[in-house]
Write a protein that binds this ligand. Sequence first.
Ligand SMILES: [Zn+2]
Length: 428
Amino acid sequence: MIIDYTCQKGKLELLFTPEEDDPTTQHIFNNVFKKTMKVEMGSRRCEIHLPTDWTVRSIHPDAFALAMMAIVHPFCGPKIRLRLGVSRTFHNQVKTATNIEILPINEELTPRKAPTSAVPALSYSGGIDSNVAALLLPKDAHLFYIDRMPPKGQTLKLLNQEAAYYACDSLTKLGRNVHKIKTDMQYIRKPVGFSTFLTDSVPALLLADYYGLDSAGHGQTLEIGYQVGIQNFKDCKHNNVGSPWHKLLEAIDMPFTLPTIGLSEISTTKIINQSPFRDFAQPCARGKVKKPCMNCYQCFRKSLLERVMMNRPINNKFLDKLFNIKEVKKIISTSPVHFENVLTYITAHYNGKHNDMLALKKKTRGDTLKVDWMNKYYYESQELLAPKYRNHIKKEIYKHIKPMNKHDIKTMKRDMGACAPSQAGHGT
Ligand SMILES: [Zn+2]
């Protein structure tokens, strides 16, 4: 893959030219709908709007190269060719971790070292989990929201960013460093989405030396991070959330700091409910400010969980509406249901008589499984917190959540065993 660029007043335009041995089409397993789907390179260009005085010289070439990999990784063959060379050390680390060679090598370039005054970065979506991640990080962290541009002359389908903008503006008013970075890089993948779990860190990677950043993070929870309720439990470092990224981030002195990766959605919901961020954390990417669409699977799951966590009644009329959502019908007919553990938790706390809810309870084993471990922190995930921020984040977590004990961990690993092939990338 040949990657070239132009940069004018901070607008970085990237141009991708596949070579003969680049697999520009992939077949991946979609965990949400439990079916194999074709994913291809939908566009060979994209643009990212950075601060007007940013230039390619503002960033260490190794960090720039990692940002490029985060955008096109599944579509790359054995070589990535860039205009600026990477350090020999970075080249070797990428080759070892992925078997991909990044070229050319600049023998004079030393690996990136973050400044001692650096702060962490977080890819921020405005959702519940990423607000919890923001809450757990030190206040001087830089938050990057990916402001999705539609293709020229079109509007965004389904996605409504109003609520996310509101969350960004609310956090800015609270004194947080929030940056909305306009880009259309989601169209590199067709169907639209991010190609890897590092794609949403691209703004942070490109701005790592501009702002002085020494760790990268996102708000994924235990479910995606360890495939709990998605597939068999799988260590984050070895599934496509962490691999090959955690090693490559270390190579540019910007290790992962994933504040919520050891917390289930149950725990992040508990934390957000106890926080002022609750006023603007938006669970749904399609609704308006304080008005989730109530027509998607996310709304189904999060609205039920919210009621369970707040001990609010769940009446039959509300359930009729939820079970009538087309997307919900499709998803809950698969097995295991996406985020099944959350549904187990919800239904374990449901004592009513709604037929669909009782069927879901049986299917997700809400009538038999122990669910208390979901209220606790999987502390072994702390290895995905940069040492510099580890104690701070753990202290913040323990204000709300207790750690799992050995028995909880055993229960989690035993009960959350369901099988599905692995997935590459994720929708957005
Ligand atoms: Zn929704």
